[in-house]
Design a protein around this ligand. Structure first.
Ligand SMILES: *[C@@H]1O[C@H](CO)[C@@H](O)[C@H](O)[C@H]1NC(C)=O
Ligand SMILES: *[C@@H]1O[C@H](CO)[C@@H](O)[C@H](O)[C@H]1NC(C)=O
Ligand SMILES: *[C@@H]1O[C@H](CO)[C@@H](O)[C@H](O)[C@H]1NC(C)=O
Ligand SMILES: *[C@@H]1O[C@H](CO)[C@@H](O)[C@H](O)[C@H]1NC(C)=O
Ligand SMILES: *[C@@H]1O[C@H](CO)[C@@H](O)[C@H](O)[C@H]1NC(C)=O
Ligand SMILES: *[C@@H]1O[C@H](CO)[C@@H](O)[C@H](O)[C@H]1NC(C)=O
Ligand SMILES: *[C@@H]1O[C@H](CO)[C@@H](O)[C@H](O)[C@H]1NC(C)=O
Ligand SMILES: *[C@@H]1O[C@H](CO)[C@@H](O)[C@H](O)[C@H]1NC(C)=O
Length: 281
């Protein structure tokens, strides 16, 4: 049996915990007094050395001066980019991003908070967060930015002695892709075993040149070369007939959409309520 003293002690601790929770709840409502607005991110992988766009959209506001946009990156102490009152605010910008970022000012009024990142580096990969405040409220969303290299292939026919050879060549890929060949006649056959693929490091020592050859091809058949890594997929089709060569190439990027809206006040409320309920048991 618990003594009267213990019961009083536990009651007091419980009361204190409940009071603290209530205060947190009140402060929570005070801080996020305005309602939350929806913010959505969408991006595809960045191609090393080129410009990339980290997409972010939000519920528009009629006044540009009310809109604040903040881009941050996990593990980076400074800001990636800050925009408020219709202009860039870059005094807290991290060294890594100096001179490489831009918001599209004329698009902001329409709800576009996308970030342009110039000269994408492998090290730009990571978790980014797009936070937007307007007169209606605030919201944020995260995205995972991947970086690498990808390029469209060129398809060639090498006419050589008795047997013809197809060559599928792409100048820049990273990480090292997988190359597969198929023929599309009546059925789709996997020809990866009769092909030869080589990877040669480019001069900057990161991206690689991809060359894949397929031997013993037959006329009137469509052959497909697929170059693929975890950020992009390139496809080259080629059909050689007695009179012509038909080629098509296609580059497709993996896109990530990781809208992670902030906890809205009602959600916070229910979590605290559940906590209070658990403590009361
Ligand atoms: C935002 O604006 C940029 C620059 O004009 C554009 O490339 C991008 O597609 C826009 N994003 C959306 C979601 O409209
Ligand atoms: C095919 O052509 C290449 C140059 O185009 C040549 O080096 C190679 O010896 C040829 N191979 C055959 C089997 O004819
Ligand atoms: C494609 O089909 C034609 C006729 O149907 C056949 O002669 C040829 O060998 C086939 N090619 C391949 C690669 O299967
Ligand atoms: C083709 O075959 C190779 C090895 O036999 C295999 O690694 C590859 O996944 C296959 N590709 C397809 C598209 O089935
Ligand atoms: C294909 O690659 C193998 C090694 O993987 C090599 O021995 C062979 O000579 C290559 N064949 C051609 C035609 O390039
Ligand atoms: C690439 O690597 C080679 C050998 O490892 C080195 O000599 C060269 O300087 C490197 N190039 C760059 C741009 O780092
Ligand atoms: C390709 O053709 C050569 C010569 O015609 C033949 O020796 C070889 O077995 C063929 N290879 C394949 C994979 O069909
Ligand atoms: C390819 O198709 C054309 C017209 O359809 C035909 O004349 C030719 O004989 C075919 N060639 C082969 C190698 O099947």
């Amino acid at each position: 049996m618990a003594s009267l003293g213990q019961i009083i002690l536990w009651s007091m601790i419980t009361i204190i915990i409940i009071l603290v929770a209530v205060i947190v709840l009140i402060i929570g409502f005070g801080v996020s007094g305005r309602r939350s607005i929806s913010v959505t991110t969408l991006t595809s992988a960045g191609n090393i050395g080129e410009d990339g766009i980290l997409g972010c959209t939000f519920e528009p506001d009629v006044k540009l001066s009310n809109i604040e946009i903040r881009w941050a990156k996990a593990g980076v102490s400074g800001m990636v980019h800050e925009f408020k009152g219709g202009k860039d605010h870059l005094k807290d910008q991290d060294e890594v991003f100096k001179g490489r970022t831009a918001i599209f000012p004329e698009q902001v009024i329409g709800g576009n908070a996308s970030l342009m990142l110039r000269d994408v580096q492998l090290s730009d990969a990571g978790a980014y967060r797009c936070s937007v405040t307007t007169s209606k409220g605030n919201g944020e969303a995260g995205l995972k930015y991947k970086t690498g290299a990808f390029s469209s292939p060129e398809m060639h026919v090498d006419y050589n002695s008795s047997m013809d050879t197809l060559r599928c060549e792409a100048p820049r890929w990273f990480p090292q892709p997988v190359v597969t060949w198929t023929s599309h006649n009546n059925t789709r056959d996997n020809l990866s075993e009769v092909s030869n693929t080589s990877f040669k490091l480019n001069s900057e020592n990161v991206t690689m040149n991809v060359v894949s050859v397929l031997h013993n091809i037959t006329a009137n058949t469509t052959y497909t070369c697929v170059i693929k890594n975890d950020i992009a997929k390139a496809t080259g089709d080629i059909k050689v007939t007695d009179f012509s060569i038909k080629k098509t190439v296609h580059l497709q990027l993996l896109t990530t959409n990781m809208a992670s809206g902030s906890l809205s006040p009602p959600a916070l409320y229910w979590i605290l309520l559940s906590l209070l309920y658990l403590m009361a048991l």
